[in-house]
Structure formats: structure tokens, C-alpha cells
Design a protein around this ligand. Structure first.
Ligand code: GLN
Length: 399
């Protein structure tokens, strides 16, 4: 008896205090870099959030909503008016009519939307295809949902995909592919031809596509954003994710949404309901105003970002970085081999401490850290003054 008890105690001692899933991933490197940047008083070009103001009318709409006492739970799957505005915008952008009552779920940012979407379709042992380098959340997202990831390389300098490598990643266990276009961290905008390859694989494997299109309006150099859902046979197998964060410069509001066929939407809504109940009610109200801003707003947003990108490309090259020219989103992936550092993490630490600029080490976008060991990512969603100060500091690298 006593032996039994001590054995049991021994077993209990050996057990980790946290779950197996929790042991499988670390804190977000992106958010850690923001913390380090604050600690060292560095210019933060690590985490991708704007340091400039959100549109006045959008802020006013949020204030008005709070004053009008829109302060209680909204409908779990999203405020009706906001969903209507999303459906209108979606129609303008894709030509598709969707039913906001049956094909949409509003969640707390694209982050929760992605997890709720994966939870809605993934069973343990399912495989999910992810392009690499990838936005770091997709790794933990897959682990949380019990999926196994298979990676397909985006090949620099243009981050092209190889049709054979893509086909080889699809197996009889493939449940979904995650696509992020315009892409974080590379700035790649997937071409129609590439999307056709992806759609073909999805149809062949009977797999879903989960598309993260949060940078949809940030596309440069004559490139065009195409939603995968518009390709033949994809409407019934695509979950399109987007959010207010990047388009309206309100990353802290946490309002995102998934557009998916009714059956999938039902499952996403259930996951979302028990994860968070609902996104902030007054901010969804303001979201309806935001999504109805005139086309000139989106054009100007894009022009402003392209100007920032160009300024950064010149400055970074002058400071000795080799830039992989992005055609979309608001990041620049760079090659750091000219600086002679052992790896990206060492270099990023040096930058934040000694030079005073926060960046994200490239390895956080790859499964094998060695793949990103000579890359770092800059986020340029910042005021001119912030970018200029960062570039001024980076000049010290040459000395
Ligand atoms: N998407 C942004 C980035 O890549 C912000 C990530 C986050 O912290 N949620 O930097």
C-alpha cells in the first residue's frame, strides 16, 4: 500500500506541470522583440503595428458607439451591421455574394479567427500544408489544434514556389493548406498562376484552403491581390480570413472575420463562442463605418505604404542589407550575411542593444532555425520620422 502511494507520488513528480502542447512552443519571438525594444529604448521595427493614427472617422465611430451604450455582448458571431458591411466589401473585392447570416463569423482578430477556423475542421492526425517562411503563429496554431504541418518552401529572391514540391506536400492526410497573401514575412504576392496550382491541389486532395488576407490592400508595383475563393471549385472549400487591424491601423482592436461555407461557418461559430464569446461590440460598430470608407481611402493607404517601402529599401541597402524586394504587406526580409554575424538571433540582439533598432530574427519564420540564420525582418508600418531615425541608427553598422 505504502509502496503504491510512493510510486504514485513518484509518477506525479515526474509529470510536467504544464501540458504537452504548452511545452511544444515558446513565447512569440515577435512580441518578445517588442519587449526588448522597449527595454533598450530602441526604434521598434519588429512587431508589425502602425505607430501613426487610425482614421479620424473610424475612431469617432467607436467613441460614438460607446456613448450610445453599445457596450454589452454582441451576437456571438458578429454584429449584424458589421457583417453586412463586410459582405458589401467582399462583393466589391471578389464579385462574390455571400450571406452574412450564414457564411461569416466575427472573431477577436485574425489570430483567433485562424485558431477557430482550424479547430472547426481539424481532427488529430490531420495534416496542414504551410508555406515557409511562415508567419510564426501558424506553428503554434497547428499544435493547439492537433494538426501536423508540412512545409513548402518559398524560394528567394522572389519567393517562388515549385509545383512539384507543392504537390509532394499533399498526402491522403492533408486537410488544409494555409495561404497568406500578401505574405508575412516575405511581402510576396501570390500570382494567379500560383493560386491556380494551389487550387488544383486542394480540389484533387479534397482539402480546405484557409487564406489569411489581412494585407489585401497593401499591394505594389502593379501586382494585384486575388482571393483564392474566387477560383473555380474553391468557394466550397475556402475559409477566407481578414481583419480590421492592418487596413484601418487598429491592431489593438482585435476585430477579425472568417468567410466560409455555411456548414463550416457553423463549426467556426461554435469554436469562437466557447473561446471568446464575441469581439468588442462598439468596435464592430465602428468597423461598419471603416469598411464603408470610400475607395480613395484604400488607394491612399497603399500609396503611403509604397512610399514607406521605397524609403526603407534604399536606406537598408545603404546600411549594407541585401533586401528581398517585397511587392505587398509591410515587411522587408533582408539578408544579413554582409555583417559577419554567427546567426540572426545574435545579430538581432546586437541591433536592439547596441544600434537601437528592433527587428525580428529570420529563424522565427522557419521550422529549422538554420534556414533563417542569415535573415532578419523589418516592419515599416511606421511614421516617416520613425523610419528615418531607424535608418540613421543603422548607418552606425557601417563604421
Ligand atoms: N502580424 C504582426 C507581425 O507579424 C503582429 C503579430 C502580433 O503580434 N500579433 O509582426
Amino acid at each position: 500500500m505504502s509502496e503504491k502511494i510512493s510510486l504514485a507520488a513518484g509518477v506525479a513528480e515526474r509529470r510536467s506541470p504544464v501540458s504537452q502542447k504548452a511545452q511544444k512552443f515558446t513565447e512569440s519571438v515577435i512580441r518578445e522583440m517588442t519587449r526588448l525594444a522597449i527595454e533598450h529604448n530602441a526604434v521598434n521595427l519588429a512587431q508589425g503595428f502602425p505607430d501613426f493614427a487610425a482614421p479620424e472617422e473610424v475612431k469617432e465611430a467607436a467613441v460614438a458607439a460607446i456613448r450610445a451604450d453599445i457596450n454589452q455582448y454582441e451576437i456571438t458571431w458578429g454584429a449584424r451591421e458589421f457583417r453586412r458591411a463586410v459582405a458589401e466589401r467582399f462583393h466589391r473585392d471578389t464579385g462574390l455574394e455571400i450571406d452574412p447570416e450564414r457564411e461569416m463569423t466575427v472573431c477577436c482578430g485574425a489570430t483567433e479567427t485562424m485558431i477557430a477556423s482550424l479547430l472547426a475542421i481539424i481532427d488529430p492526425g490531420d495534416e496542414v500544408v504551410v508555406f515557409e517562411p511562415f508567419y510564426e503563429n501558424y506553428g503554434p496554431d497547428a499544435i493547439i489544434c492537433g494538426a501536423t504541418t508540412r512545409h513548402v518552401r518559398l524560394h528567394p529572391p522572389d519567393w517562388t514556389i515549385d509545383a512539384q514540391e507543392l504537390a509532394a506536400a499533399f498526402t491522403d492526410r492533408t486537410r488544409a493548406i494555409i495561404l497568406n497573401t500578401p505574405n508575412n514575412p516575405t511581402g510576396k504576392v501570390f500570382t494567379l498562376a500560383e493560386l491556380e496550382l494551389i487550387a488544383e491541389q486542394c480540389r484533387r486532395a479534397g482539402a480546405y484552403a484557409i487564406t489569411d488576407e489581412i494585407y489585401q490592400f497593401l499591394v505594389y508595383d502593379g501586382f494585384r491581390h486575388v482571393s483564392l475563393v474566387t477560383l473555380p471549385g474553391m468557394r466550397e472549400r475556402t475559409i477566407t480570413i481578414n481583419a480590421m487591424s492592418k487596413t484601418y491601423s487598429v491592431t489593438g482592436w482585435r476585430v477579425g472575420y472568417a468567410i466560409a461555407p455555411p456548414e463550416v461557418t457553423n463549426a467556426v461559430r461554435k469554436m469562437h463562442d466557447f473561446l471568446t464569446v464575441g469581439a468588442a461590440a462598439p468596435l464592430q460598430q465602428a468597423g461598419a463605418t471603416a469598411l464603408r470608407l470610400p475607395e480613395s481611402y484604400y488607394q491612399q493607404l497603399c500609396v503611403n505604404y509604397q512610399t514607406r517601402r521605397d524609403r526603407m529599401l534604399v536606406g537598408l541597402e545603404q546600411a549594407g542589407f541585401r533586401c528581398f524586394r517585397p511587392h505587398g504587406a509591410y515587411y522587408i526580409m533582408t539578408d544579413i550575411s554582409a555583417f559577419g554575424f554567427h546567426n540572426d538571433v545574435e545579430f538581432a540582439r546586437y541591433l536592439v542593444r547596441e544600434i537601437g533598432v528592433g527587428v525580428v530574427p529570420g529563424s522565427s519564420f522557419y521550422r529549422d532555425p538554420a534556414s533563417g540564420a542569415q535573415q532578419v525582418r523589418f516592419a515599416y508600418c511606421k511614421k516617416d520620422a520613425t523610419l528615418d531615425e531607424a535608418l540613421r541608427r543603422l548607418e552606425k553598422l557601417k563604421r
